[in-house]
Write a protein that binds this ligand. Structure first.
Ligand code: GTP
Ligand code: ZN
Ligand code: ZN
Length: 516
C-alpha cells in the first residue's frame, strides 16, 4: 500500500498540482521580470544621483578636473569637461550596477529555491524555475531601458553643451563688437610697455587670493562668470563689470605684466604723443594741458579724472612746479610713462594717454623704436622751442636782448628732431597721412615778456608764416605738410595766471588736440 501511495498517488497528485501551478508561471515570471526592471531602474537612479549630485568617492571612477591642475587656476564650467566626465562615470557605474542587480537576483533564486531552500525542493524548484524565467525575460527590457536613459542623458548633455558653447561664443562676439564700437579692435594700450593688449589679464578680486587670470572671456572656465581656485567669483566680460565692479587690468605680456588703467577696455582710447627735443617744453606743456582741462571741468566742461595713481602723483608734482613757476625736472630717460586721464561722462567718456617722451630719445637713434605707442596715435603734438632755432637769435626783430636767458632754450635742432621722429614713427607703421599734427610753438610768454612777438600771431596761419618767414623754417613747415594729413600751428605759454588758470593759448590748443 505504501508503495502505491509513494510511487503512484503522490506523483500523480504532484503532477496535478504542477498542472494547477502552470497557469501561474507566466504571472510569477512577469512579476519577477517587472521587479527586476524596477530594481535596475532604482539602481540607475541611485547612480545618477551619486555621480551628478553627491559626488562621493564611490561615485568617482575618473580623476576630477581640479583648478590646481589647470593652466588657469579656475574651476571649469560644467559643460566644458566635467559633464562629459560625469557621463563616462555614469556609463561605467550604470553598467556595474546593472550587472550586480541581475547577478544578485539570479544568485538569490539559486540559493533560496535550489541550493538551500526553506521548504522541500519539490515545492521550491518549480517556483524557482518560474522566477528564473522572469529574470531571463526581465534582463532584456531592463537593459534596453538603461541604454535609453543613458542615450537620453547623452543627448540632453550634447544639447546643453552646444547651448553653453553657443552662448559663450555669442557673448565673446558681442564683447568684441562692443570693443569694436569703442575703437579698441586692436586692443588697449599698456602705459608701461606701450604694447597693444588685445584683452587684459585680471587679478582675482578676493583680497587674500590675487591669482592672475589671463583670459577671462566666456569659455572653458565659465560662461557668465568664473570661479577662481580660491572660490571667489569674477565676471567673464568687460561689459559684465559694473562701474564699481571694475577689476584691476594687467598687461598680458610676460616681460611687463604691470597694472593698466582700471578704465582700460571700458571706453575709447586716445593717444597723443608729445614729440620734441630736450627741454623744448613738453613736460611743462603737458602739465598745462592737464591743468587747463581741470579748470574747464570746474567751469562746467567735460569732467576729468586722472586714470591711475601714478598719473595722479606725477601730475600733483607737475602742478606744483607749474604754479610755482619753477622748472620741470628733465623727463627721466626710462620709457616715458603716459599720463592717462578719463575725459567726459557716460557714453562720451574717453581714456586719454598723453605721452611725454624724454627729449634725448629723438637724438639717440637706438631709442626711437621705443616709441611703439605712437602707432596708436592719430593726433601728434610737436613741441617747437623757437629758442632752439639758431635764426631766432639773429633774425627776430627786435633782436633778443642780453636779458633773454639762453639757458632756458632747448639746444636740440627742431628740424633734426622732427625728421628723426617722423622717420621712426612712420617706420613703426603709424598712418601719418591720416593723422593730425599740432605744432606747439612753446615758451611764448618769454617772448612776449621781452617784446619779441609780433602783435598779430593769433591764428595758425600767422604762426606758420612767422615760423617760415622769420625763423626761416621753410623746409620744416613743408615737411610737416607733406607727412601729415592736417597740420595746425599754435603758440603756447605753459604758464599759470593767478585767477584765469592756465594761459588761454593752451586752452585752445588742448581743445583742438582732443577734438574728434
Ligand atoms: N616760461 C616758460 N618756460 C617754459 C615753458 N615751457 C617750458 N619751459 C621751461 O623750459 C624748460 C624745459 O621744459 P620741460 O617741459 O622740462 O622740457 P621737456 O621738453 O619736457 O624736456 P625733457 O624732459 O628733457 O624732454 C623748463 O625749465 C621749463 O620750465 C613755457 O611755456 N614758458
Ligand atoms: Zn605692458
Ligand atoms: Zn581667487
Amino acid at each position: 500500500m505504501a508503495e502505491i501511495v509513494a510511487f503512484v498517488l503522490v506523483p500523480a497528485l504532484y503532477l496535478v498540482a504542477l498542472g494547477a501551478f502552470l497557469p501561474f508561471v507566466p504571472v510569477i515570471a512577469a512579476l519577477r521580470g517587472l521587479a527586476l526592471v524596477m530594481q535596475v531602474l532604482a539602481g540607475y537612479g541611485r547612480t545618477l544621483f551619486g555621480v551628478v549630485y553627491r559626488r562621493t568617492p564611490e561615485f568617482q571612477t575618473l580623476p576630477p578636473y581640479r583648478p590646481q591642475d589647470e593652466q588657469v587656476k579656475a574651476y571649469r564650467n560644467y559643460f566644458f569637461g566635467p559633464a562629459f566626465r560625469d557621463l563616462r562615470q555614469l556609463l561605467t557605474l550604470a553598467r556595474r550596477s546593472y550587472a550586480t542587480t541581475v547577478g544578485d537576483s539570479f544568485r538569490a533564486v539559486t540559493s533560496r529555491q535550489f541550493v538551500a531552500p526553506t521548504r522541500h525542493r519539490a515545492l521550491t524548484m518549480p517556483y524557482g524555475v518560474a522566477l528564473y524565467l522572469g529574470l531571463c525575460v526581465g534582463t532584456v527590457p531592463a537593459l534596453a531601458l538603461i541604454c535609453l536613459l543613458l542615450g537620453l542623458h547623452a543627448l540632453v548633455l550634447a544639447l546643453l553643451t552646444a547651448g553653453a558653447r553657443f552662448v559663450a561664443g555669442a557673448l565673446r562676439t558681442v564683447d568684441r563688437a562692443v570693443l569694436w564700437m569703442k575703437r579698441l579692435r586692436t586692443g588697449m594700450l599698456c602705459p608701461h610697455c606701450f604694447e597693444r593688449v588685445p584683452y587684459p589679464a585680471y587679478d582675482c578680486p578676493s583680497a587674500t587670493c590675487r591669482r592672475r587670470h589671463t583670459d577671462i572671456r566666456p569659455g572653458t572656465y565659465g560662461v557668465f562668470r568664473r570661479r577662481c581656485e580660491c572660490g571667489g567669483h569674477m565676471p567673464t566680460l568687460l561689459m559684465l563689470m559694473g562701474r564699481n565692479g571694475r577689476l584691476q587690468a594687467h598687461c598680458v605680456y610676460p616681460r611687463c605684466g604691470k597694472p593698466m588703467n582700471t578704465d582700460a577696455g571700458h571706453m575709447p582710447e586716445v593717444v597723443i604723443p608729445l614729440i620734441g627735443g630736450q627741454a623744448a617744453g613738453k613736460t611743462q606743456l603737458m602739465a598745462a594741458m592737464l591743468l587747463s582741462l581741470e579748470h574747464a571741468a570746474a567751469n562746467g566742461g567735460p569732467a576729468i579724472t586722472l586714470a591711475d595713481e601714478e598719473s595722479d602723483a606725477n601730475y600733483q608734482v607737475l602742478r606744483e612746479v607749474l604754479q610755482m613757476r619753477g622748472h620741470t625736472r628733465a623727463t627721466q630717460r626710462t620709457l616715458p610713462r603716459a599720463h592717462s586721464f578719463v575725459l567726459g561722462r557716460g557714453l562720451s567718456q574717453r581714456l586719454v594717454h598723453l605721452f611725454d617722451t624724454a627729449g634725448e630719445r629723438f637724438v639717440d637713434r637706438d631709442d626711437t623704436d621705443a616709441l611703439r605707442y605712437a602707432r596708436a596715435a592719430r593726433t601728434f603734438v610737436f613741441v617747437l622751442d623757437p629758442m632752439a632755432v639758431k635764426a631766432f637769435w639773429t633774425r627776430v626783430e627786435p633782436a633778443p636782448g642780453p636779458l633773454m636767458d639762453r639757458t632756458l632754450g632747448s639746444t636740440v635742432d627742431p628740424e633734426e628732431v622732427f625728421a628723426r621722429s617722423v622717420q621712426a614713427v612712420a617706420a613703426m607703421g603709424a598712418p601719418l597721412g591720416r593723422s593730425r599734427l599740432a605744432v606747439a610753438v612753446s615758451k611764448m610768454d618769454l617772448l612776449t615778456e621781452h617784446g619779441l612777438l609780433p602783435a598779430r600771431l593769433e591764428d595758425s596761419a600767422a604762426t606758420r608764416t612767422w615760423l617760415r618767414d622769420v625763423l626761416g623754417l621753410h623746409s620744416l613747415v613743408r615737411a610737416m605738410d607733406l607727412h601729415f594729413g592736417e597740420v595746425r600751428f599754435f603758440h603756447t605759454a605753459a604758464v599759470t595766471k593767478e585767477e584765469a588758470g592756465v594761459d588761454a593759448s593752451v586752452t585752445e590748443f588742448v581743445a583742438w588736440c582732443l577734438r574728434g
